[in-house]
Design a protein around this ligand. Structure first.
Ligand code: MLT
Length: 392
């Protein structure tokens, strides 16, 4: 028996597990202190009422012989795929139902999509970025080239026409920096990918935070994207589904490589290894896309947006360089006094009992930076920021 040796190249634990372990150790040593978390991007508002109504009705139906559902359709129920299709039409994007696949979340799909690609491919990954892109490719032993995301390019790296790429990750609004690609920038990426025959894996998990109508929510707002891009999205941040689990992936029928349709490959992969999302969760997700559901979700998002504004104000008054927090729930700050990411993490925990996420966990380029999330409750966020203000 041979194990997957690629695991030896990984950090011993996943970024957010590392943070959780540090928090647990501190809590154990200081049981009297109240820790506030601006760390992992987990939502704190409950599911909106139209969603829980649909969810509970469908769950109750599972106990009723007349309303019971067993296995559902392979790509997800048509009622949910049609709801997602209508949602995309709001940004002027028409997605055929056959391109839409319902899943239990973006993170799983981002990892699982790699089943479609050989290990002998060059992967372009922005640095810093959501660590799942890097870790899942390291597990498969793929060559990784990093795209430097720095203040000079607004943390939004652009393609180098001379650089070879097979698989490209883009995340916009970006996790962790919070910045958003403009349409003309995405257009350059799409042209580059089409020229190279590369595939873009576009992570749109934070699209609901985009408020400027000129900024894109989806890569399919860009001409040419259907021949080079797969888009992954989820209801986690949009509708509070982090603990409920539902996402969706778009694999366009036009995406053909080496004579094979990636959509057919993905269908084959999903039907072999995945049995779908539960009926009540799909009903809940469809309710989130109804007019009533979308209005309720927007209300919740406005709570997080208001947190982000407060966080921005406090950091600005404290003279801390930062970005993000406008079309994104994340603020990306420079660690004060030249501290490293983990040094600042420890200082914040010890002096203010506040948890954040060390920038270096998102890649070497994140060293010296720190991420704060606006997903807390307004009360905890206000208190955490007051503690940070006093500490700084
Ligand atoms: C984050 O904090 O970056 C995300 O919430 C983690 C995730 O979505 O998996």
């Amino acid at each position: 028996m041979k194990i997957n040796e690629n695991y030896r190249s990984l950090e011993t634990s996943y970024l957010f597990s590392q943070v959780a372990a540090k928090r647990a150790a501190y809590e154990k040593a200081h049981p009297d202190q109240r820790i506030l978390s601006l760390g992992i991007g987990d939502v704190t508002r409950p599911l909106p009422e139209p969603v829980t109504r649909a969810f509970t009705e469908a769950a109750a139906g599972q106990g009723d012989p007349a309303r019971f559902h067993g296995y559902g359709p392979e790509q997800g129920y048509p009622f949910l795929r049609e709801a997602i299709q209508s949602y995309y039409r709001r940004f002027g994007v028409d997605i055929p139902l056959s391109d839409l696949f319902v899943s239990d979340g973006a993170k799983c799909d981002l990892g699982n999509l790699l089943d479609l690609f050989d290990a002998d491919n060059t992967v372009l990954i922005p640095d810093p970025v959501y660590p799942v892109y890097r870790d899942t490719n390291q597990m498969a032993g793929r060559r990784i080239s990093y795209l430097s995301a720095v203040p000079e390019n607004d943390f939004l790296p652009m393609p180098d026409p001379e650089q070879k790429a097979d698989i490209i990750y883009l995340c916009s609004p970006n996790n962790p920096t919070g910045n958003v690609y403009r349409k003309e920038q995405l257009s350059e990426w799409v042209d580059y990918a089409n020229r190279q025959g590369a595939v873009i894996l576009f992570d749109a998990a934070y699209e609901a935070f985009v408020t400027d109508p000129s900024l894109p929510h989806s890569i399919y707002e860009i001409e040419g994207a259907r021949t080079c891009a797969i888009e992954v999205c989820s209801l986690s941040k949009t509708a509070g589904f982090t603990g409920t689990r539902c996402g969706y992936t778009v694999v366009p029928g036009e995406l053909i490589r080496d004579g094979l349709s990636l959509r057919s490959m993905w269908l084959r992969r999903q039907t072999t290894k995945f049995n779908g999302v539960s009926y009540p969760v799909q009903k809940a997700a469809a309710a989130a896309f109804s007019e009533e559901g979308l209005a309720a979700c927007r209300k919740i998002l406005s709570v997080y947006q208001s947190n982000a504004r407060l966080m921005h104000r406090v950091l600005k008054e404290a003279g801390v360089w930062h970005t993000g927090g406008v079309h994104s729930p994340y603020l990306w700050m420079k660690c004060p006094q030249g501290q490293s990411s983990w040094e600042f993490f420890d200082r914040l925990l010890e002096q203010a009992q506040v948890i954040g996420t060390p920038g270096c966990g998102f890649g070497a380029g994140g060293e010296g930076f720190f991420r704060l999330t606006a997903f807390g409750t307004p009360e905890d966020t206000a208190e955490a920021m007051e503690r940070i203000r006093r500490m700084l």
